[in-house]
Design a protein. Structure first.
Length: 566
């Protein structure tokens, strides 16, 4: 053969993820594109003297995984060696966290990420117990400590950090923020939402060079998970005070520099973040002007592209304000804040205006929204903006969409809009959410099946660093809807089959990226991004799926991860 394949995989179960969910035995790659799929005999005939041929021996091949809502830079910057890991299962108690703080070297600001009251022994034993500045004071009396919770929406700091930030009894929180106090009005060390900025602005932000190092580390770790594409869901001035500043504008600069240098080995889509949580239309206008031109023209759009804008409609349950039709039945003990009813008129008007501005400017919109009432308001604003300025393929979508009603999902489907849900968070928090929002509502959280049956191309994602970017766990969660802590079924009527779950991490995610014509399926001419599992995925019990190893990852036609290789 005059122009043979560069790489051939034979004797496997090749899941093309095309519209018929066709399966093949083999796949051939030439350059950075899929050359052909078919039988092992037919594909084997495409080999030449220099072709690498891998016998899969029954293993499964998928398109490269696309985690469509993953804070890549923040995930890397908020884990070792950049920060402490204070998440489950690395720590199991407040005492464990205090010990980790005590052991940490250095004397400057100490940061960490991941704590979750649902998995801290002291909080589980005593529902009234909460992390307190005194817990950290005992471990680091003189060093400022700042530990962000798993959601990124709440911060736990010690007395030294409060002192440096000028936070004491009577200190007013910024709009959209909460400074938690005890019965005597003393700050407890818990800062929520916008109040985090009072401390965050004091912590030296990472340099562009450090952000580039973190992105490279993140991409290498993602390759080991079979992930070749991801969406950075919000970079810009609105992220300057979130997750250690890792969502700030300098991270967008870091990505642009890596892409210009040919050093970005992933397919990254970016949503701009012009306004912070609690911001308004003026912030959106100002932020978009500030972000103009940061990503230069001429970059390979298959590596880096800015495709939309992220805005916030409400917070994240159980620890931040969600805008609901009805209040939580039992959330007070967990610090849950719930705005219910119609909400302030100004809130609705600002939300609609932010959506209008971004829609009319031609951007795709990803709207962070969790409460059912907020979701209704966002869908109404989408509809109003599109009726005023029709855009036949805007592909706006809801981020999280925790409690999206069937009516809202149907309205989204009618316009080709989408949802991006987080099944791994459901797996991790189902039992806690039972207590906070009530079992009936918890069982409906992230209604993947209802969305799919409405005709929506559902996307699923890790929201890393909120959860680890393990798509196998998320696929199992979509199929099983079982709680990590108790193993009980959480809304089993929302379970979906393997085919639907896999599409949420491949072709549907590619559609969200406006890229379904060149990635997300394994057909000739598509991007040569592959994920090879160390077993037969279709034959595996869903409970065993998270333990299937990632044997091989191919990105852009190159093997970038090979299990056991040195």
């Amino acid at each position: 053969m005059s122009d043979p394949a560069d790489l051939i995989l034979i004797n496997g179960d090749v899941l093309t993820l095309d519209e018929t969910f066709a399966t093949e035995q083999a796949v051939a790659v030439r350059g950075n594109r899929i050359l052909a799929t078919g039988t092992s005999t037919a594909i084997g005939a495409l080999a030449g003297p220099g072709t690498r041929v891998i016998d899969l021996a029954g293993r499964t091949v998928l398109p490269g995984i696309n985690d469509s809502h993953l804070h890549g830079a923040a995930w890397a910057l908020n884990r070792p060696p950049f920060a402490l890991n204070v998440g489950h299962p690395a720590v199991a108690s407040i005492a464990d966290i205090a010990a980790a703080v005590r052991r940490a070297p250095g004397d400057g600001w100490l940061t960490g990420l991941g704590w979750d009251i649902g998995y801290l022994a002291e909080c589980r034993a005593d529902p009234g117990r909460r992390p307190h500045r005194r817990d950290l004071d005992a471990a680091a009396p003189d060093r400022p400590v700042c530990l962000t919770d798993f959601s990124g929406h709440m911060m736990w700091v010690n007395s030294r950090a409060l002192e440096l930030a000028g936070i004491g009894p009577g200190t007013a929180a910024p709009p959209g923020g909460v400074i938690e106090t005890d019965g005597r009005g003393e700050p407890t060390g818990i800062l929520k939402e916008a109040a985090q900025s009072l401390v965050q602005r004091l912590i030296p932000p990472p340099t562009v060079a450090q952000r580039k190092e973190a992105v490279r580390a993140a991409v290498a770790a993602l390759h080991a998970q079979g992930i070749t594409s991801y969406t950075e869901p919000g970079l810009g001035p609105g992220g300057a005070d979130v997750l250690g500043g890792a969502l700030g504008t300098d991270t967008l600069r870091a990505y642009a520099e890596l892409a210009a240098e040919g050093a970005l080995d992933a397919r990254v889509r970016v949503l701009l973040l012009p306004a912070p949580m609690g911001g308004g239309a003026a912030d959106v206008t100002r932020g978009l002007a500030e972000l103009a031109g940061i990503v230069p023209g001429g970059l390979d759009p298959e590596r880096l592209a800015v495709i939309g804008v992220k805005i916030f409609a409400d917070g994240v349950p159980p620890n931040e304000t969600a805008w609901m039709h009805d209040p939580y039945p039992g959330g007070g003990g967990h610090g849950a804040l719930c705005v219910h009813g119609d909400g302030p008129a100004r809130q609705q008007a600002e939300l609609a205006e932010m959506i209008r501005l971004a829609h009319e400017a031609g951007h795709q919109l990803g709207v962070h929204v969790t409460g059912d009432r907020a979701i209704d308001a966002v869908v109404a604003a989408f509809t109003a903006a599109d009726e005023a300025v029709p855009r036949p393929d805007a592909r706006h979508y809801l981020i999280h969409a925790d409690f999206a009603s069937p009516r809202s999902l149907a309205a989204l489907a009618a316009r080709g809009y989408g949802v991006n849900m987080n099944p791994a968070i459901e797996w991790a928090t189902a039992d806690l959410m039972d207590e906070v929002v009530g079992k009936e509502r918890s069982d409906y959280q992230w209604p993947v099946r209802t969305a799919h049956e409405a005709g929506i191309a559902v996307c699923a994602s890790s929201d890393a660093p909120i959860t680890e970017p393990d798509w196998r766990r998320a696929v199992a969660a979509m199929m099983l809807r079982e709680s990590r802590a108790s193993g009980r079924a959480s809304g089993p009527e929302q379970c979906v089959p393997l085919e639907v779950a896999l599409r949420a991490y491949t072709v549907n995610a590619a559609r969200q990226d406006f890229a379904e014509t060149w990635k997300g399926t394994l057909r000739p001419g598509m991007a040569a991004d592959l994920c090879v599992l160390g077993g037969d995925l279709r034959a595996a019990d869903p409970h065993d799926l998270p333990d299937l190893p990632i044997d091989l990852t191919v990105f852009d036609g190159r093997i970038v991860h090979e299990r056991g290789a040195r």
